[in-house]
Design a protein around this ligand. Structure first.
Ligand SMILES: [Zn+2]
Length: 421
């Protein structure tokens, strides 16, 4: 193991690479000062001040990690009323539920051994392990832990730390698998987290992480997946560098479709385990496409800027013709997109969400566009509906059309595209 930099971030400007501590950080894109994207606002909060922080993506020329250069205090980002619930998006639910059986098959995990999910949300991922006969335990800092417990998935409401890991190991024994789906790139106390997993896992146990994949971000121009909660934008190369500092071997990698393109990385506890071909193959792909050189980033930024101007033109022109525009869906990334493109309630008065959404009645931070029941949209049939969950657009558009939506549907990215009714 090489000498380990401190992987636990303090709030504020980040001066060195989050993995290798190099000072050689080059700017990729500035998205301005933005509010934390998941800090949706209640009507009362609209009367108060609101905090914004710099949102800049940079890359390390030594280890290749793309990252943001400002850490907001996690207590502000992942507050107890955090409104995100993974059980709601049906595509995501089936992906999450199938994760458990896939891992069990691949690593021959025994029934009745322990699976732990960190950042377990409503317990959807763990329910896949449980149904396949494993013991399960979730760790989730927000009140969504209550929903998991009500659904029979035992969940501790806490931030995962090395100390908590020791308590869990004493109480429940060691785990054969620990998962961290889509929170691994979000955690500020990453060093503490990985050391905790070292404590929890039995020798040869597998730590499975999922993170949005930098290659997908660049290829499909997903600048809207850049936000303060999302500190690191991993490639296979950079995540291997990270695990090199700890008692793990990265043994396998899958590209998966979650969140518009992610990598599932399997790190086995202990050094020197056999590494599957998938790892070498993806590393070679990353080299071939020039992921560690400037041109791919210049091209990305040019596409981001064009998409911004095109979207602005579309909504401003619609407004000038007295045509109506609404948004559809309010994933965290909607905040980055709307704030970066300066789209406010004059240009987009409302955003439609399913009537079961926990976000109804809240407003997007920064631009303050209210989130309303989609029933309004079906009644008003606006001229344009901008798909803010565009990374899942196909099944959503199909459903909206089936339910009778006749609006032109606008996909804002990877380039502005209008789908006629
Ligand atoms: Zn680095």
């Amino acid at each position: 193991m090489s000498e380990k930099p401190n992987h636990d971030l303090l709030p504020g400007h980040i001066e060195q690479c989050q993995i290798c501590a190099s000072k050689n950080l080059l700017p990729i894109i500035h998205l301005g000062h933005q509010p934390p994207c998941d800090s949706l606002l209640w009507p009362e909060q609209l009367k108060k001040s609101e905090s914004t922080y710099p949102l800049n993506m940079v890359r390390c020329t030594d280890c290749g990690l793309a990252q943001i250069d400002y850490a907001v205090d996690p207590a502000e980002l992942f507050f107890p009323e955090y409104p995100y619930r993974s059980g709601i998006t049906s595509t995501l639910v089936s992906n999450l539920r199938s994760t458990g059986p896939t891992i069990m098959d691949r690593y021959g995990l025994e029934k009745n051994t322990l699976a732990i999910d960190i950042g377990s949300n409503d317990g959807t991922l763990l329910s896949g392990f449980k149904d396949a006969g494993m013991r399960v335990l979730g760790v989730e800092p927000t009140n969504i832990a209550d929903i998991a417990n009500e659904n029979g998935i035992e969940t501790k409401q806490a931030f995962f730390t090395k100390e908590l890991a020791k308590d869990i190991a004493e109480e429940h024994g060691q785990a054969s698998v620990v998962t961290a789906a889509n929170m691994f790139a979000h955690v500020a106390q990453l060093g503490s987290l990985i050391q905790g997993v070292e404590v929890l896992l039995e020798e040869g146990g597998v730590f499975v992480t999922e993170s949005h994949y930098l290659v997908d971000l660049l290829e499909t121009v997903q600048y809207d997946s850049i936000y303060h909660e999302h500190l690191k934008y991993y490639s296979v190369g950079s995540i291997i560098k990270l695990f090199d500092y700890y008692d793990f071997t990265v043994v396998d990698v899958d590209r998966i479709s979650n969140y518009g393109g992610s990598i599932r990385v399997y790190a086995m506890k202990g050094k020197g385990h056999t590494v599957k071909e998938s790892v070498q193959n993806l590393l070679a792909d990353e080299e071939r496409m020039g992921l560690y050189d400037a041109p791919i980033y210049d091209e990305f930024v040019a596409k981001v800027q064009k998409s911004k101007l095109d979207l602005q033109k579309l909504v401003v022109d619609a407004n000038a013709r007295a045509e109506s525009v609404v948004g559809i869906g309010s994933p965290g990334r909607a905040s980055t997109l709307l704030n970066y493109c300066n789209i406010d309630p004059i240009l987009m008065p409302t955003i439609a969400e399913q009537s079961t959404s926990l976000k109804l009645g809240l407003s997007i931070p920064g631009v303050h566009i209210p989130i309303v029941d989609e029933a309004q949209m079906f009644e008003n049939q606006p001229d344009y509906a901008v798909m803010l969950s565009w990374h899942y657009w196909e099944p959503i558009v199909e459903k909206l059309r089936a339910k009778g939506l006749r609006s032109k549907i606008v996909l804002p990215l990877p380039e502005v595209t209008v789908l006629e009714p």
